[in-house]
Design a protein around this ligand. Structure first.
Ligand SMILES: Nc1ncnc2c1ncn2[C@@H]1O[C@H](COP(=O)(O)OP(=O)(O)OP(=O)(O)O)[C@@H](O)[C@H]1O
Length: 313
């Protein structure tokens, strides 16, 4: 059977908690391979998406497939091909690390070598009790258990929350290794841009339960540029510029963060009375920040969010 090119596919997926939409007609295709960073403001729907994908929540509309199978009817065989690590690193506290390993071994196509490698990196002893592990060590065991399954797909929901620098780096390195050496497709949800910058091959930005943007990090950095100009009081029409993400006044200079500015943008600004026009590249952190901020701006301006022109997939 030919391999499905997508690990995740959703079509007009909607999930409500009471009257509140957590996912709002979300359509998304995540291709197989690499590390995909899932980004979005608090409440954007990232964890809700994971809950639907793993079969913990039932959507009110739309479809969701994971590794080609409908998420509402995941078989144990399919679940064994998926690893999931969340910020709580939920583990059975009453067990020792080696007891937990034995239990896992009997359940799935276990790879002891992958498990031990990660556990060793986190300095965890097999005889240690889970309840006595530090937060970083718990994260390590939790990741090692997921990687020991050699999952085809590994989903991580803010796994580095509360970890120190060394534990964070160890976890990220284990992920990069698994992605490269074991061909595990990784979906990584985090608010830490420096982590995303380090490991992500692909960005998925969600906003209000919808897809806001998808591309490789480099593409986003090429499409977003910071323009600066002396507008000499001609501000009125700037807010209507297509592709405007953010506008700021700094020391009398107008700064415009633009996405996909047209080739004649400088001339256009000139015709609006701008002088001393310049533009520069921005880093990934700043580009993502502006995209997220632009959602807030358009919502404030419109009273609610209008998606037209905001999806640059
Ligand atoms: N169990 C729940 N009951 C009611 N509302 C919920 C529940 N879980 C999530 N929500 C709401 O659904 C929306 C999406 O929440 P979700 O946790 O998916 O966002 P998120 O992108 O993961 O946010 P964060 O980055 O803060 O973790 C939010 O508005 C949230 O208040």
């Amino acid at each position: 059977m030919p391999m499905n090119p997508y690990v995740i596919e959703t079509e007009n997926l909607s999930l409500y908690y009471g009257r509140k939409p957590a996912l709002n007609s979300l359509s998304l295709q995540i291709p197989r391979g690499g590390i995909h960073a899932l980004i979005g403001a608090n409440g954007a729907g990232k964890s809700s998406l994971f809950r639907v994908l793993l079969g913990f929540e039932t959507p009110i509309a739309g479809r969701a497939r994971i590794l080609g199978q409908d998420c509402s009817a995941l078989t144990p065989e399919l679940r064994a091909r998926i690893g999931f690590v969340n910020e709580e690193h939920t583990l059975p506290d009453w067990m020792r690390v080696d007891e937990l390993t034995r239990l896992q071994r009997s359940n799935v196509a276990w790879n002891q070598e992958s498990f031990e490698e990660v556990v060793r990196n986190f300095n965890v002893q097999p005889q240690q009790k889970i309840s006595q592990l530090s937060r970083g060590e718990r994260a390590g065991v939790s990741l090692a258990l997921a990687l020991g399954q050699r999952p085809e797909l590994l989903i991580l929901d803010e796994p580095t929350l509360g970890l120190d620098m060394v534990a964070k780096r160890t976890l990220l390195e284990s992920l990069m290794y698994s992605s490269a050496a074991q061909e595990t497709t990784i979906i990584y949800c985090s608010h830490q841009m420096e982590e995303i910058e380090r490991i992500a091959d692909h960005l998925i930005i969600m906003e209000l339960g919808r897809l806001r943007y998808m591309s490789e990090p480099d593409e986003l950095c090429q499409r977003v540029r910071l323009w600066a100009a002396d507008m000499a009081g001609n501000q009125a029409d700037l807010h209507r510029l297509p592709g405007l993400l953010e506008i700021q006044q700094i020391d009398g200079v107008t700064q415009l963060m633009m996405m996909d500015a047209p080739a004649d943008f400088e001339t256009h600004l000139g015709s609006m009375g701008a002088r001393h026009i310049s533009n520069s590249a921005v880093g990934l952190n700043r580009a993502v920040d502006s995209l997220l901020a632009s959602g807030h701006i358009s919502r404030r301006a419109a009273g609610n969010f209008n998606q037209s022109g905001s999806h640059h997939a």
